[in-house]
Write a protein that binds this ligand. Sequence first.
Ligand code: MLC
Ligand code: AMP
Length: 438
Amino acid sequence: MPASLDYVATMHGVWRAGGIAIPLNVSSAVSELNHYLTCASVTRMIANGKYRESLVDLCADLNIELVSVDDVISDTASDLPTLVPERRAMMLFTSGTTNKPKGVVSTHKTISAQITTLIEAWSWTEDDIIPLFLPVHHIHGIINILSCGLWAGATVHLFAKFDIPTITAEIITGTYNVFMAVPTIYVKLIQYFDTITDAEVQKICDGFKPMRLNISGSAACPVKLFNQWRDLTGQILLERYGMTEIGMGISNPYNGERRAGHVGQPLPGVEAKLFDEEHNPITEENVPGEIRIKGDNVFLEYWDNEKATIESFVDGWFCTGDVAVIDNGYYRIMGRSSIDIIKSGGYKLSALEIEGVLLTHDDIIEVAVIGTEDETWGESVVAFVAVADGRQLEYETLKEWCNGKMSSYKIPKTLKLIDALPRNAMGKVTKPDLKKLI
Ligand code: MLC
Ligand code: AMP
């Protein structure tokens, strides 16, 4: 389900009944859904309208009961279980350094901790009104916007997608006082300003100006964008850092200096530390290390994957794979330790997962996927491909072939045909060398 009252009712119904809610992407390819549903041993799928129709065969194949919201919604609640905070509540699929996405399981306690820290840090109140146009199968939309809004007794306007004219029309009338988005959304708004009159731009910027808070996160907010947004709207973007496994971990202050290019300091109740490769904590400033996190906000486990869960913790610290320095008291993210993780439009993508799909193409014999810097998307997906002797491959044909095999944001935006992938003496593909070819 896209963001809608049915979505909210279903999510809370599952939670209240003691089940595990697994919100899925409405635009996932069938093969992706097949993986999520199988991996999570799903017993019941709730979907409406055209989404329900499109799931009939898959659910039948997997022996999953398929129902619509109307089938399960009830006016009277009875025999609801008493829930302990440690009960599993939600599973979100996230891409990693393995081929297939993993199910990140959080408990009621995790979710409460993830919400309450933000209520305090960002001063949520019942007077807040916020639009939700981000996808509701990721933590940014589910926790930071929807769940914080509901917890605070605030008002959340639900949009099935990010439609600039519809949302800016509300902004002009002064409907919202809080706005949260990924950097790409701010870039797209600025790009939209080039397509409308100066008077219209002014009206939209005047709608942003009196808001109490504009937040950017899920990917790095470039300093240029931070400055552009301040010059246009007077808003000093509050940048924060988070991850599906931890909710939000580090944030610039609500009151105090919001520093461009930095993500701030650990949130209330969250412990953060940098560690070197030998697992020693780093205490000096400007020495890079991996961000590790402890606290009630940290997830319970990767579903049905004890090995991955164990490997992602060291001495009780969750290892994020993100590298940062502390610069004059504020965390500054330097990048990720794995070249195989790409962040595009705020979505985390696994290069290995995309490579796995491309390798099923008859004409492709070798493939390597990397992310390259992109002003709009943060990073853009590039595929280096070697084709079988005598075969040709055009980008448009490949793009079409990818449709239905992966969500559209994973489809490579650039295709580079090469004879063979560069390898080191161990025979391993050297992706940094590929980056130099762009
Ligand atoms: C879409 N397109 C892309 C693309 N995504 N091109 C390059 N790179 C990408 N990543 C292309 C499509 O193929 C299409 O091209 C055109 O853009 C329009 O597609 P769309 O799907 O309509 O795009 P749009 O609605 O504009 O999507 C942009 C967006 C979306 C920013 C609204 O990407 C989005 O909602 N991102 C947010 C994801 C999110 O919530 N992440 C948080 C994860 S939680 P064509 O050629 O077909 O027209 C997390 C933790 C934390 O990270 O810290 O919060
Ligand atoms: P996800 O797994 O989709 O939840 O994405 C989490 C990842 O997004 C983190 O591990 C970071 O790499 C990235 N991320 C989130 N917020 C920021 C930020 N403010 N700056 C840089 N990277 C970020």
